[in-house]
Ligand binder design. Structure first.
Ligand code: M6R
Length: 610
């Protein structure tokens, strides 16, 4: 949802900005632009399309200067075009703004400014901010920004520079992520850490309603009403290589292969091997009494994280015997859910910045409900505002299509379910030990499964020319099917639907005709026979079926056209393995269709707008 970056110091800013934007392109790639101050003037270069278009433009006519802001756009207001690209300026070219978010009352402000004679050059809400700053200017940039943001409603991370005060850059945040990088006689702003990590590992994370006044040798943090803020800086521990492709053709493939490591890291220090118990007591402050009293759990998330939540429902209900509801965050926040005093809301978000998930969390907290967040980003908005945090330790996920985040969310859910089960005594010691043993085997099993990537690539190439495809499964296989279908849609653009296999004959079977590809998951032993019957139903309608089942289920070979087998584990844990072939299928199908795998059309990595 747009990436912003800014620099103030003594080096030439252009390459710093372009490098930073490259790391943020996952947030949006409809257009890009930079504004550089030099010798009393601010110059702008913008280009619609990928960042490479802007780079070409800058190669022909470079910009030099040591104060600059830049932007990579995911279009909200106004189509991708040069004029709608950021940065935006006021009419005199004095105030320059980059923005991530949506100004909800921009039309009202725009109309007022038009009445005063303003003529706008773009359709964006961001341009209105630049014009508003010019209209409200009171002789001091900082107080003008404070007054202007007081008029703005919505969500924004802003980078602002002003031609007549070139010793400073302003950063403001409300409900869109923004960090300030601390350098040596130079400072930075960015939407996310990878954009800054080659320059600094020390950052300040801005909270909602806060701003930073940044010069080359000072960073002053205040609220947007001017109250000073004292804050410790945050030290980033992971290294540059973790955020690079490391020899893989795409981030997505690299991240698929990183899953065994993500499992190991997410398990690390959470299993007490001496007593075979899960120990989350250092991270989760809920008392044993509180955990015993939980009478329902609401899992709330979006997209892939929501799909992890669907597996989570089955896992938590079975392990901890607590009733679980799962909701898409954009629905939950408006549905007035019924909370009891002992409801626990579990939000799941890789980025920890998804606007709907954040809002759902805040709505729940307003009702006095405790929120436990499962997130991959320490220091993210969700991590900071939740009552309890369980981190997934998957490392930065860059590809828009989420893979290792999903599977490490599953691991975190299993850990949580087992931890609750121990305290609530819903599983005995022997059962807990079995689960722990099986979870510990998952990384090696995932590694084994990844060795079959070349075979899955061949399957994918056969599927790549279809325009419609179905996934079917029961219970957790259905939840995994939904994730497989989303992966396929978002990067290969093949239309696909996931159905509970038992539901097919209530309508969807009408769509199954000669040669229609169906991917059927049959990894749940207790309902295996039922699933095989469903597969036979689609085979009888001439579907072309790829079955995914457990090692040793050789009988399935007779009922389907092709089979992929996955290592055996406990039923509740199979999603952590079954999803891997589906991720690879989607990846190779997208590749075969010549798509830009890491940057699928119309999408962005973090959805920080509603
Ligand atoms: O950062 P989050 O986990 O909150 O993101 C939620 C979804 O936007 C995300 O999972 C999205 O569905 C992925 N692109 C799917 O691959």
């Amino acid at each position: 949802m747009c990436g912003i970056v800014g620099y103030i110091g003594s080096r030439n800013a252009e390459s710093i900005l372009i490098n930073g934007l490259t790391k943020l392109e996952y947030r949006g790639y409809d257009s890009a632009g930079i504004a550089v101050y030099n010798d009393g003037n601010i110059q702008l270069k913008k280009a619609v399309g990928r960042l490479s278009q802007l780079e070409e433009l800058l190669e022909q006519s470079p910009l030099s200067g040591s104060l600059a802001i830049g932007h990579t756009r995911w279009a909200t207001h106004g189509k991708p075009s040069d004029s709608n690209s950021h940065p935006h300026m006021d009419e005199k070219g004095e105030f320059v703004v980059v923005h991530n978010g949506i100004i909800e009352n921009f039309q009202e402000i725009k109309n007022e400014l038009i009445e005063k004679g303003a003529e706008f050059a773009s359709e964006t809400d961001t341009e209105v901010i630049a014009y508003l700053l010019a209209d409200m200017y009171d002789g001091d940039l900082v107080s003008t920004v404070q007054k202007a943001v007081a008029r703005m409603e919505g969500a924004y991370a802003l980078g602002i520079i002003y031609k007549h005060e070139p010793d400073k850059m302003i950063a403001v945040r409300l409900a869109s992520p923004l960090i300030v990088g601390i350098g040596e006689k130079e400072n930075f702003i960015a939407s996310d850490i990878p954009a800054l990590i080659e320059h600094t590992r020390d950052i300040y994370i801005l909270n909602d309603g806060e701003m930073a006044v940044i010069t080359s040798d000072n960073i002053q943090l205040t609220t947007t009403t001017g109250k000073p803020i004292q804050r410790d800086s945050f030290h980033v521990e992971w290294d540059v290589e973790t955020a690079e492709k490391d020899g893989f053709e795409h981030f997505m493939l690299k991240e698929i292969y990183e899953q065994p490591k993500a499992y190991r890291d997410t398990l690390l220090n959470r299993i007490d091997h001496d007593v075979n118990k899960i120990d989350l007591s250092n991270e989760i402050s809920l008392s044993q009494e509180q955990i015993r009293s939980i009478d329902k759990i609401h899992i709330v998330a979006c997209g892939t994280a929501y799909h992890a939540g669907l597996v989570g429902k089955v896992a938590l209900e079975n392990l901890a015997r607590i009733p679980v509801e799962v909701d898409v965050a954009s629905e939950y926040r408006y549905r007035n859910p019924i909370h009891t005093p002992n409801t626990l809301v579990v939000v799941i978000s890789q980025s920890g910045e998804t606007a709907d998930t954040l809002a759902a969390m805040k709505e729940s907290q307003k009702n006095g409900v405790k929120v436990l967040a499962i997130t991959n980003v320490k220091g993210s908005s969700v991590a900071r505002d939740a009552d309890e945090v369980l981190l997934t330790l998957a490392g930065p996920e860059i590809a828009v299509a989420s893979t290792k985040a999903y599977t490490s969310q599953l691991i975190a859910i299993y850990l949580l379910g087992l931890y609750f089960a121990q305290i609530r005594e819903t599983k005995n010691n022997q059962e807990i030990t079995q689960y722990i043993q099986a979870i510990k085997e998952l990384p090696a099993q995932a590694e084994k499964l990844l060795e079959f990537a070349p075979i899955i690539k061949e399957f994918s190439e056969r599927y790549a020319h279809y325009e419609d495809l179905f996934f079917i499964g029961r219970s957790m296989d259905y939840a995994v099917s939904l994730e497989g279908s989303l992966k396929l849609k978002e990067i290969s653009y093949i239309h696909s639907e996931a159905y509970p296999a038992g539901e097919l004959k209530h309508g969807t079977l009408a769509l199954i005709t000669d040669g229609i590809p169906v991917i059927a998951l049959a990894t749940q032993e207790d309902i295996y026979d039922k699933m095989v019957s469903n597969i036979k139903e689609v085979k009888a309608r001439e579907a072309y079926v790829l079955g995914i089942t457990l090692d040793g289920n050789t009988d399935l070979f007779h009922s389907v056209d092709e089979v992929i087998t996955i290592p055996r584990t406990l039923a509740l844990l199979t999603p952590a393995l079954a999803v891997i072939p589906l991720q690879l299928l989607a990846y190779y199908a997208a590749l075969a269709r010549g798509n830009d795998v890491d940057k699928p059309r119309n999408l962005a990595k973090s959805v920080t707008v509603e």
